[in-house]
Ligand binder design. Sequence first.
Ligand code: PMP
Length: 443
Amino acid sequence: TYRLEQKRNITGAFPGPKSVELSARRVAAVATGVASSLPVYVADADGGVIVDVDGNSLIDLGSGIAVTSVGASNAKVAAAVAAQAARFTHTCFMVTPYEGYVELAEKLAEITPGDHAKKAVFFNSGSEAVENAIKVARVATGRTAVVAFDHAYHGRTNLTMGLTAKAAPYKRGFGPLAPEIYRMPMSYPFREENPNISGKEAAERAILAMEKQIGGDQIAAIIIEPIQGEGGFIVPAEGFLPRIAEWAKEQGIVFVADEVQAGFCRSGAWFASDIEGIVPDIITVAKGIAGGMPLSGIVGRAELLDSVHPGGLGGTYGGNPVAVAAALETIKFMEEQDLSARAREIEAQFFSRMTALASEVKVIGDIRGRGAMVAIELVKAGGTEPDADITKKIAADCLAEGVLILTCGTYGNVIRLLPPLVISDELLADAFEVLEAAVRKNA
Ligand code: PMP
């Protein structure tokens, strides 16, 4: 059913010279401050393959950073987009509301954790969703302090870059940063000084740090990615998130789960919060929600969202009708195809192959993740010292062999896999083979 997969033909020497030249020249001529990390100039893309302007095919393990879970040209989503665009492209929901927005809010209330009364507001990017979740928490609590964690990534706008942990490239030179942001120690099982520390103990450590820095009764919101994305696909130890959520409740703090990257079947469930057994007060959504159309939102307890005065949230394009139509169709497709189950299959294949590889080479420090959000952390042979150089080399070798792989991590030493959930087993197996060879070559 997937057009590009069917005519897939990895031509060997990738990327071709024309693509490299074009990419470098055209991008540098017009774009600035936007690091384009790969010498690839795209002509076409689908559920697992990107084709460049020279006709080279590239297996896509990035999904445009966790966005095109249903494929980059899903026929059903494309049809829904076309149909809505033919009816009307925009009216501004704040001026003249329309049905799709309401339907999507209802759907999100149904599929997000918890059966309390919920409301939703829509925006355009993940950063805006995070900004608005914090705005809601501040109005609802009358408090100002916001807590984020080590290794967190929440965006590049003023408030969200402050919540983001890593200085470069996200914060350096862009100050002043937003005030009233506090940072707490994360649970990072592979890098714990005490390898036996439990999730609950790691949570108590974070709570103690919060009490020392600011005091729970001063905090409006705690925001956390249930699986950290850009920070290195860090899965906290079992029990960490439930204890943090419980403490937030005790202190009257709004608990916000940033599911921008992990949400919408990516982690093997609708939301990573489902797997962790937590019921956040507010969830931020974006990326995978709309098959590549720019759409984000917050879904949360009705009484919290209702505390905001009319006109305080929103924006001209928030919940654009075309993007909303794409989201409704994307969610329907995810349900029909059971893409959560598919993500869990991808997880099983990844762990079975990478566990074997890790027993063979000494540069794999950790293998982790959930669903189709999985990673390997690379270290200097046999130890724990991060190795960003080998990580870059592995990613470059994969690209040269026709597999697009992204890196991430506070130390730049994590290879992360975010394939479209509709990728075929055959493409996935080919990609794993290329990755394994690249790791062995550089080990
Ligand atoms: N939160 C998380 C967890 C993310 O992964 C991202 C994007 N990588 C964002 C927020 C920001 O989203 P956007 O780039 O759409 O603003």
